[in-house]
Write a protein that binds this ligand. Structure first.
Ligand SMILES: Nc1ncnc2c1ncn2[C@@H]1O[C@H](COP(=O)(O)OP(=O)(O)OP(=O)(O)O)[C@@H](O)[C@H]1O
Ligand SMILES: [Mg+2]
Length: 511
C-alpha cells in the first residue's frame, strides 16, 4: 500500500470514529458512551504521538481534594494566566486582591527547557454514586497535560516535579492561615471527620511590635528561622522536625502575643489545644495526627490545664512573682475551668501528654512547633519541660525601657520625647507589665495627645512605685516583729498574722 493511501485510510477511519463519537455522546446512555470512549482511545493511541496526563480534582470516592490538582491549579494560575484568554476570578487570601485561574475548557502552553507542553482545564459530568444525592450528576474537574512522546523523560522526571514544587510554594504563599481549636464550644456536625474547627488567622502581632529586649528578640527570631530551614539537618540527625517552646512569665507580659508573632513570622497555622476538652490519651493522639505541618500547636496555661503540675501543692514553693497571688490564681483558674464543665471528664495523663510531645506519633507531619505557656514555671513537672521536649525556655518579664520604647512607637508613633527620661528612671524601679504600659499609652479620647498619654503612664508608674514601697515596708516590719517575738519556729503562722495586722495599722497611721 502506498504511503498516501495509508494516510487516506487512517484519516477516513479517524473521521468515522469522530462521527460515531459525536452521535454517541448525544444519544447513548452514559455506560455505552464510556465503553466506546475506552476503545476509541485505544485505537487513537496507536497513531497519536502525544502523551496525556490527567490531574483530577477528586480521586475515586475520596472526600479530600487532590493535592496534585491544587498544585497544578496554583502553578498555572501564576505561570500561564497571562496567556489564557478566559479566566476565573476568585477572592485572594486577605479578601482584597483577586486570584486569576484558567476558566473551564481553556488551553494554554508552557515552555520547559525548550520543551513545549499544553495544559487544558476540563470538566465532565458523571452520575453521582450516592443514592441520597439530590443531583443526578456531578461535575468532575481535571487538568490535562499533553506533550510529545519524545519528551516523556523530561516531563515525567523533571517538569512535573518542578510544577508540583512551585505549585505547592505558591499555595503556601497565597493560603489563608488558620486558627484551629478543639474547644467543645463548637458543635461538630455528625458528618465532620475532624475534631478541629477553624477560623481564618488574622492576628496583627509581629516581632517588630513586641516589647522586649532587642537582643532577646533577635535570638528568638534566629532560632525560629533556623528551625524552619533545618529539614535536612533534622533528617540527618534522625530527629523529628519539631521544636518545643516554653513561654513563661506573669500575666500580661506577652506570651500569647508572642505565639501570634511566631505564627506570622513563619507563616504557620495555629492549633490552640484545649487540653481540658480532650477526653483521653487516644483522643489526644487523634488530634495530633490531624494537625498539618507548618503549624504551631499551643497549650496555654499548661499549669491549670489538668493535674499535670506535680509539685503544685508542695509547701514553701517560691515563685518568680507574688506567690500568694499565684496560688490564688491557679485555684481560681482551675475552678473556672471546672465550672465550664469540661475539666472533670478529661482522662489525659502526664504520660499521654509526654507521648503527644515526643512519642512516635509526634513525628508525623513534621515542621511543627509545640508551645506551652504558663505563669508558674516552677510548678510544672520537670519531665514535661526538660530540654528535648521543651527545647527553648523563654521568660517574658516586666516592661523595660527598651520595651517601653517599642510600645511608644507602636501606640504613639514616638521615638523620643522630653518625658522619656522620667519614664526611664521610673520603669527601672517598678514592676509593670507591657500590657499595663500599653493600656496607659492608649489614647482614651480624641483629645488625648502623646503628652497626655505619657503623663498617664508616669502617674501609673508613680502609683506602682508607691505600692511597691508600701509592700516592701510592710514585709520589712513584719520580719522585724516576728524576730522580736522570737517565735517564728514555734508558732510562726499565728504570730505572723498578728504582726501583719499590727503593721498594717501602723502603715495606715503612717500615711
Ligand atoms: N511584650 C509585649 N509586647 C507588646 N504588647 C504586649 C506585650 N505584652 C503584652 N502586650 C499587650 O498586652 C495584651 C495582653 O498580652 P498577652 O495576652 O500576650 O499576655 P499573656 O502573657 O499571654 O498573659 P496571660 O498570662 O494572662 O495569658 C496584648 O494584647 C498586648 O497588646
Ligand atoms: Mg496568654
Amino acid at each position: 500500500m502506498k504511503m498516501s493511501e495509508m494516510w487516506a485510510t487512517m484519516g477516513s477511519t479517524l473521521a468515522s470514529f469522530m462521527f460515531l463519537w459525536t452521535i454517541m455522546r448525544q444519544y447513548c446512555p452514559y455506560g455505552v458512551q464510556r465503553f466506546f470512549e475506552k476503545y476509541t482511545h485505544r485505537i487513537m493511541s496507536y497513531f497519536y504521538p502525544y502523551i496525556r496526563i490527567s490531574f483530577h480534582e477528586y480521586m475515586g470516592d475520596r472526600l479530600k481534594r487532590s493535592e496534585a490538582y491544587a498544585a497544578v491549579e496554583a502553578y498555572l494560575s501564576a505561570n500561564t494566566s497571562k496567556s489564557a484568554k478566559r479566566l476565573k476570578a476568585e477572592m485572594g487570601k486577605d479578601s482584597s486582591n483577586l486570584v486569576l485561574t484558567m476558566d473551564e475548557y481553556e488551553r494554554v502552553t508552557d515552555d520547559y527547557d525548550g520543551v513545549k507542553v499544553w495544559w487544558v482545564s476540563n470538566k465532565v459530568m458523571s452520575p453521582t454514586r450516592s443514592p441520597m444525592s439530590y443531583y443526578p450528576e456531578q461535575e468532575k474537574r481535571f487538568y490535562k497535560l499533553t506533550f510529545h512522546s519524545k519528551n516523556r523523560d523530561t516531563i515525567t522526571e523533571s517538569y512535573l516535579k518542578h510544577v508540583m514544587r512551585e505549585g505547592k510554594e505558591i499555595r503556601l504563599r497565597n493560603r489563608q492561615r488558620k486558627l484551629y481549636t478543639n474547644s467543645p464550644g463548637y458543635k461538630w456536625p455528625s458528618y465532620k471527620q475532624t475534631m478541629w474547627s477553624h477560623i481564618v488567622f488574622e492576628h496583627p502581632a509581629t516581632f517588630d511590635t513586641m516589647a522586649m529586649e532587642p537582643e532577646k528578640k533577635k535570638e528568638i527570631i534566629e532560632d525560629l528561622v533556623t528551625f524552619s530551614k533545618s529539614k535536612d539537618f533534622y533528617a540527618r540527625i534522625g530527629k523529628a522536625w519539631k521544636r518545643g517552646y516554653l513561654l513563661y512569665g506573669p500575666p500580661g507580659t506577652g506570651k500569647s502575643t508572642m505565639i501570634a508573632a511566631m505564627a506570622n513570622l513563619l507563616a504557620y497555622d495555629v492549633y490552640d489545644l484545649e487540653l481540658t476538652a480532650v477526653k483521653d490519651n487516644t483522643e489526644l493522639r487523634k488530634l495530633l495526627i490531624e494537625t498539618t505541618s507548618k503549624s504551631i500547636i499551643v497549650i496555654e496555661d499548661i499549669d491549670c490545664s489538668l493535674d499535670l503540675t506535680g509539685q503544685r501543692k508542695k509547701k514553701g514553693d517560691k515563685s518568680s512573682w507574688d506567690e500568694d497571688e499565684a496560688e490564688k490564681d491557679v485555684i481560681g483558674r482551675k475552678e473556672a475551668k471546672e465550672e465550664g464543665g469540661s475539666s472533670g471528664c478529661s482522662k489525659v495523663t502526664l504520660s499521654g501528654l509526654l507521648n503527644f510531645i515526643d512519642g512516635i506519633w509526634s513525628a508525623c507531619g513534621g515542621e511543627r512547633l509545640i508551645v506551652f505557656t504558663t505563669n508558674y514555671v516552677e510548678k510544672l513537672d520537670p519531665a514535661l519541660i526538660r530540654r528535648g521536649r521543651m527545647d527553648k525556655h523563654i521568660q517574658l518579664s516586666y516592661c523595660t525601657f527598651d520595651g517601653f520604647k517599642v510600645l511608644a512607637n507602636n501606640y504613639l508613633k514616638l521615638e523620643t520625647h522630653p518625658l522619656f527620661d522620667t519614664i526611664e528612671s521610673l520603669i527601672g524601679e517598678v514592676k509593670i507589665t507591657p500590657a499595663d504600659v500599653a493600656e496607659n499609652l492608649m489614647p482614651k479620647s480624641p483629645l488625648d495627645d502623646p503628652h497626655k498619654c505619657l503623663s498617664n503612664l508616669i502617674e501609673a508608674l508613680e502609683e506602682a512605685a508607691k505600692a511597691e514601697e508600701m509592700k516592701q515596708r510592710s514585709s520589712h516590719i513584719k520580719e522585724e516583729l516576728l524576730q522580736q517575738n522570737g517565735s517564728i519556729k514555734e508558732n510562726g503562722e499565728l504570730h505572723g498574722d498578728k504582726a501583719m495586722n499590727q503593721c498594717q495599722i501602723w502603715l495606715v497611721n503612717d500615711t
